[in-house]
Design a protein around this ligand. Structure first.
Ligand code: HEM
Length: 529
């Protein structure tokens, strides 16, 4: 989330708060002091909360860092008040396990914010921000069925093709390693192309006159800004301009998705082409407009709004997260040349004298050091540092404290990944720490939670892991990745920028020197493999 202070609405809100509600705060405290004290004992301790805004100001700058610092003072679960909402930040693996396993069902709701209804599709239409409901279960099932091992195998060619396109683009646009490039724009483009292909069998970005992945970035940007009214309902009138912006982005996304769907319906009506993609899988469940999903004869029937909601969530959930993980990976490898060398050596040994081919899916499991590198990147740079916020549906006890129903819950995966009590030399990038250890990133180990855990854990995990592995491996295999003149490993910047995801503050710039003759980069992946 970018700074609240930059938002003019926030300044107006603050002034209004002091003028309108100051008296109310004083009188409320005078009347209810003893009751509040009793509640304060049960609720986890945390910093002093301002009248009305509570601790909202703490969301301003890298909140996962702020909450980790607070946990060093107040303990593994920090009690907060964001506007009128109680909130907790969970900063230890033991308590993360309680939230994501013991009380998985209690904490499986998402915040009931107007922001999400306006920006995404309302009334349980999607997955990520949809509350726990039978609709959410169906949507999630449809999404995960796209990523079974069998489906992944069938789609391997698409992934390799996009990796191959990435390598070609890099060779071309870096003038064969003579010109420096920012790896961010290349991996973002690759990820966007892959997800568009997953959606509609072709990797074209442009639909309905817009660049859809670019629009998705705008959706993410808007999702970073909580509406004031979601936290302080009585000030919701201040959201007028924000809501206008949010609705404008939503309407643009809706126009593009409508165009994509209409085009597919037209195509399938007039030809016998059988598509095998997300769009087709969703449209095959579309209910007749005259029926409702309940009285439809189609299994797992969906309304048009649900079809759009699921598409938006898959694109918003997948494109940026995957690209960002790869970018962090390249940055950490540049900063740690010995890890880069060891990774290269591992691949060279695996390929033996058949080096002029791409690394393929079958190779990934044999590359054990690569797996360690991916875990280490995910430990230090979980791209959603506090997962996706949860909201408790009933009262429960956590770490000896009482957590009321309706508490916003942040599981601080970033803080847990850097916890000295769990990790030796926690701030150092040392992939070796995972060697011969049974620590996975698939949600069973609560000290490493880049994809979350439990019933709300990432629905795209298999494809994400595959893409991160294939891309990193092939970048290292196909290029001698060097730093531009004047830079050294020590100067590679690994600071974060504020945002809903752990964005890199400074783009990672490289000189990619091709390791193979030019023909290699032009060969289609099937031939290369
Ligand atoms: C490296 C890449 C990725 C990372 C690090 C990541 C991480 C996450 C995290 C932390 C969550 C929230 C989990 C929780 O609340 O416990 C999440 C949810 C989700 N992710 Fe991912 N994700 C990635 C890629 C993807 C991809 C490729 C897709 C889709 C194809 C995807 C689809 C989703 C969906 C639909 C949800 C919502 C699940 C629900 O609420 O039931 N993600 N992801």
């Amino acid at each position: 989330m970018e700074s609240f202070y930059a938002d003019p609405c926030f300044a107006i809100a603050l002034a209004s708060i002091i003028a309108i509600f100051g008296w109310r705060f004083i009188s409320t405290r005078a009347l209810c002091g003893s009751k509040e004290n009793r509640i304060a004992k049960a609720f986890p301790p945390g910093p002093w909360a301002w009248p009305i805004i509570g601790n909202m100001h703490l969301l301003g700058n890298l909140p996962h860092k702020v909450f980790r610092d607070l946990s060093l003072r107040y303990g593994p679960v920090v009690g907060l008040r964001l506007g009128q909402k109680p909130a907790i930040a969970v900063c230890s693996s033991t308590l993360a396990r309680e939230v994501l396993r013991t009380y998985d069902k209690v904490f499986a709701n998402r915040p009931d914010f107007k922001l999400y209804d306006e920006l995404f599709y309302p009334e349980d239409s999607g997955i990520v921000m949809t509350t726990q409901s039978s609709e959410w279960r169906t949507h999630r099932k449809i999404c995960t069925s796209l990523f079974t091992s069998k489906r992944l195998q069938e789609m391997e060619h698409s992934r390799l093709q996009e990796v191959s396109n990435l390598l070609c683009d890099i060779v071309k646009e870096s003038a064969q390693g003579e010109k420096q490039i920012s790896i961010r724009s290349y991996v973002s483009r690759m990820s966007a192309r892959l997800f568009m292909r997953l959606l509609q069998s072709e990797s074209s970005f442009h639909a309905g006159g817009e660049d859809l992945p670019d629009l998705i970035t705008q959706v993410e940007h808007q999702a970073s800004w909580p509406l004031i009214g979601d936290l302080i309902p009585v000030l919701s009138w201040l959201d007028f301009w924000n809501l206008k912006r949010v609705r404008a982005v939503h309407n643009r996304v809706d126009t593009v998705l409508s165009a994509i769907i209409d085009q597919r319906l037209r195509e399938t009506a007039k030809s016998s082409i059988v598509y095998d993609d997300l769009l087709q899988s969703l449209l095959s469940r579309l209910v007749d407009p005259n029926r409702t999903p309940e009285n439809s004869e189609v299994d797992e029937a969906l309304t048009i709004r649900e079809v759009k909601g699921i598409i938006l969530d898959v694109l918003a959930g997948g494109i940026h997260t995957t690209a960002l993980t790869i970018e962090w990976g390249v940055a950490e490898l540049l900063k740690h040349p010995s890890c880069l060398r060891r990774l290269r050596q591992e691949m060279d040994e695996l390929l033996g004298d058949k080096k002029a081919r791409l690394i393929v899916e079958d190779d990934l499991q044999k590359l054990t050091y690569l797996q360690c590198v991916i875990k280490e990147i995910s430990r230090l740079h979980p791209v959603l540092p506090m997962l996706v916020p949860r909201m408790s549906s009933e009262e429960c006890e956590l770490g000896g404290y009482k957590i009321p129903a309706g508490t916003l819950t942040f599981v601080n995966a970033w803080a847990i990944g850097r916890d000295d009590n769990v990790w030796e030399k926690a701030l150092e990038f040392r992939p070796e720490r995972f060697e011969y250890k049974n620590i996975e990133i698939k949600g069973q180990c609560y000290e490493l939670l880049p994809f979350g855990s439990g019933r709300r854990m990432c629905a795209g995990l298999p494809v994400a892991i595959s893409m991160v592995g294939l891309t990193l491996a092939n970048l290292v295999h196909c290029f001698n990745i060097e730093l531009p003149d004047g830079q050294s490993p020590e100067t590679v910047n690994t600071e974060e920028k504020n945002g809903i995801s752990a964005n890199k503050a400074v783009p990672t710039v490289i000189l990619p020197k091709p390791r193979f003759p030019m023909d290699f980069y032009r060969s289609p992946p099937a031939a290369a493999a």
